[in-house]
Design a protein around this ligand. Structure first.
Ligand SMILES: Nc1ncnc2c1ncn2[C@@H]1O[C@H](COP(=O)(O)OP(=O)(O)OP(=O)(O)O)[C@@H](O)[C@H]1O
Ligand SMILES: [Mg+2]
Length: 303
């Protein structure tokens, strides 16, 4: 798209270092509970590629948030190693930012001041103000800079939370069900906003979601985690699906619909597709090693 003197034109890309890759090798996490030791994650070998969006789906309680917290350095693995950009992870890392389902804004601060909380320590005041303004514009909140969280909608608060996470120009952005508390329409808009942000400020993104459709709309790859509670002998990673097509994707794309059925089957959900003998792709069982459109995507079963 070209810009003219009368149009605002594309947002300038901020000079920044390249997004980092993240590596997990043999990562496990267990918790001691009154009922004994509970294995939540086991044998997680995974690379988040620099600049990709990886969505993580899996049944409730399978360890999605635990995985995110480990990568965020908010928790330590029981076994295995994590690296960001080749350096071993030791606690929280300034290259990483996290946002959660609840915006977690300070109620007594304006949105502008909340976003400023995400700036790196020691940012000069004028530079910080400019960065906050830039971020508020990026998430469409310039007009609400002076409002407090209770004065804005849930979607606006969540946009402020995203802006705060972006304030330090993270090289790795970790999102735990970031749109889970929003209504369906706001959620669709937020998905597009996240893609816009990712295009404007390239970052390696891991996004946990319960919504398979959202995962397939946003991500380069979708990781399906299995619950060790239900499947105690297996490793945590069930499969990784490469999602075909450039973003923004057609939400009605048939290839995505087929992948959705495949992933839902992996989650134990019957998509109630009628058997269609003339269309073998529609009855491909979830346990096969390729997605229904093998030329367009691949499904890597991991055990
Ligand atoms: N600090 C902890 N102490 C004990 N058990 C924990 C702890 N943190 C997580 N767990 C347990 O680990 C399991 C996985 O939790 P986690 O929050 O990662 O699941 P999840 O996949 O994110 O679930 P949901 O989809 O419901 O958010 C759960 O059984 C949870 O009770
Ligand atoms: Mg969770």
């Amino acid at each position: 798209m070209t810009s003219t003197a009368t149009e605002p034109g594309p947002r300038p890309q901020r000079a920044r270092t390249a997004p980092e890759s993240v590596r997990l090798d043999g990562v496990a996490r267990s918790f001691d509970t009154p009922q004994g030791r509970q294995d939540v994650l086991r044998g997680v070998d995974l690379e988040l590629r620099s600049g990709e969006i990886l969505a993580v789906v899996g049944p409730s309680g399978c360890g999605k948030s635990t995985l995110l917290r480990l990568i965020a350095g908010l928790d330590r693995p029981s076994a295995g190693a994590l690296r960001i950009g080749g350096t071993a992870l030791a606690g929280t890392d300034e290259r990483t930012a996290v946002a959660f389902q609840e915006p977690r804004l300070l109620p007594w601060r304006t949105l502008e001041k909340n976003v400023a909380l995400g700036l790196p320590r020691g940012t000069p005041a004028a530079e910080g103000r400019a960065r906050v303004r830039e971020l508020l514009r990026l998430v469409g909140l310039e007009h609400a800079a002076g409002q407090r969280p209770r004065e804005v909608s849930g979607g606006m608060a969540q946009r402020a939370s995203l802006a705060r996470a972006l304030a330090r120009s993270p090289q790795v952005l970790l999102l735990d069900e970031p749109f889970g508390a929003l209504d369906a329409l706001t959620r669709l808009r937020m998905q597009d906003l996240l893609l816009e942000i990712h295009a404007a400020e390239p970052t390696t993104v891991l996004v946990v979601t319960h919504d398979v459709e959202e995962a397939l709309y946003l991500a380069d790859r979708v990781l399906l985690l299995r619950s060790l509670r239900e499947d105690p002998a297996s490793p945590s990673l069930d499969r990784i699906v490469e999602v075909p097509g450039a973003r923004p994707r057609d939400r009605a794309d048939h290839a995505l619909a087929d992948l959705r059925v495949d992933l839902l089957a992996g989650l134990g959900v019957d998509a109630h597709r009628p058997a269609a003998p003339s269309s073998p792709a529609s009855i491909t069982p979830a346990s096969t090693t390729t997605a229904s459109t093998p030329t367009a995507s691949t499904t890597e079963h991991l055990s």
